[in-house]
Ligand binder design. Structure first.
Ligand code: MN
Length: 231
């Protein structure tokens, strides 16, 4: 049997290995740091976590250029800890949730903020604001075997060497095991799934030519650039 339109599997590099991590789904958590909820002036700080997805092929890797997307005048960054799933999980308890984590990366939830705000006001889905081409830059994965779990430590983002976001992972409203446990009540998590765990305060616009660097304490920095709008 041949595929009529074969396409490539999206993969992430794994630090310390020649192997690659095949990406299955990309889940994202909305509103997971109090100061970010306050700066957005939307949502309730006590709400349960909620989730949206990005397309698997929206991954952008180290050193690549993200074309400035169409359909926005307010393109923004959100630095996030990314947890990569390595085992199946369904209704997993919080106490066991970290057992299914393969590794961690620094990622960016790129956002068409103007479109997201419109959707919010109209009560419409967030796809146009969140789930577009090149919207999920993600650094190489650091296996738990070598770096352990990332439950605390700094998370930062700089644009053109100027720091814009800085927080500690302990400030997450729902931590990684709680997110995995909750998400696994809604979906069967499978190896290859990524979870972007929400952004701290300090989000803002980016323009063509900007260079972004994301860091999570204990992981290698991750960088990429914004290119011109595609014709
Ligand atoms: Mn986000």
């Amino acid at each position: 049997m041949a595929l009529v339109f074969p396409h490539s599997v999206t993969t992430l590099a794994i630090i310390g290995s020649e192997d690659r991590f095949p990406v299955r789904r990309i889940y994202c958590v909305g509103r997971n740091y109090v100061e970010h909820i306050r700066e957005m002036k939307e949502g309730d700080e006590r709400d349960l976590p909620f989730f949206f997805q990005k397309p698997t092929d929206s991954i952008v890797s180290e050193g690549e250029v993200v074309p400035y997307p169409p359909a926005t005048e307010d393109f923004q960054y959100e630095v996030e800890l990314v947890a990569a799933i390595g085992k199946s999980a369904r209704n997993i308890p919080v106490a066991e949730a970290l057992d299914v984590v393969f590794g961690y990366a620094a990622g960016i939830d790129l956002t068409r903020r103007d479109r997201q705000r419109e959707s919010f006001k109209k009560g419409l889905p967030w796809e146009i604001g969140k789930s577009f081409d090149h919207s999920a830059p993600c650094g190489p994965l650091h296996p738990v075997d070598s770096v352990g779990h990332r439950l605390e430590g700094s998370i930062t983002l700089s644009v053109n060497d100027e720091e814009r976001q800085r927080a500690d992972l302990r400030q997450m409203i729902w931590n990684t095991p709680e997110i995995i446990a909750n998400l696994s009540t809604q979906y069967s998590l499978e190896p290859g799934d990524l979870i972007m765990t929400g952004t701290p305060a300090g989000v803002g616009p980016i323009v063509p030519g900007d260079r972004l660097v994301a860091t999570v304490e204990g992981l290698a920095p991750f960088s990429f650039s914004i290119g011109p709008k595609k014709a």
